[in-house]
Design a protein around this ligand. Structure first.
Ligand code: 5GP
Length: 117
């Protein structure tokens, strides 16, 4: 059984984070090490270690992650200019924190495909 990460503590507000959105299913907060002028992480409140662990019962929550990303892109003023949503899975995907999360990145041209280059 995988162990909860620091993101669970952020959801429960046991450690500080710049939370920009929270509801019954998801929480969004600014990345501590932003790679673009806007860099927000959108995560499920439920602990799910990797994309390989998603179940059919998680479909509502996964859909919510996208509608919250769309709302936050508008709030951040990056919807018209454009943005990128990224989810990394396991070592080859570059996943560092094992609680699934969607990166919302924007505010500058991001270049082709990869965020770190
Ligand atoms: P990954 O590489 O797993 O897709 O991305 C993990 C992200 O979480 C990284 O962009 C990293 O900067 C961010 N991160 C890691 N620890 C913390 C933290 O304690 N607070 C916040 N706000 N972001 C974190």
């Amino acid at each position: 059984m995988a162990e909860e990460t620091i993101f669970s503590k952020i959801i429960r507000k046991e450690i500080p984070a710049d939370i920009v959105y929270q509801d019954d299913l998801v929480t969004a907060f600014r990345d501590i090490s932003p790679r673009a002028p806007s860099h927000v992480l959108i995560i499920p409140n439920k602990f799910i270690p990797t994309l390989n662990d998603i179940e059919e019962e998680d479909e509502l929550m996964m859909g919510r992650m996208f509608t919250v990303a769309k709302k936050l892109a508008k709030d951040e003023g990056i919807d018209e200019g454009g943005y990128r949503l990224i989810m990394n899975c396991n070592a080859h995907g570059g996943q560092e924190v094992y609680h699934i999360h969607m990166h919302l990145l924007g505010g500058r041209p991001l270049g082709p495909l990869l965020i770190d280059q």
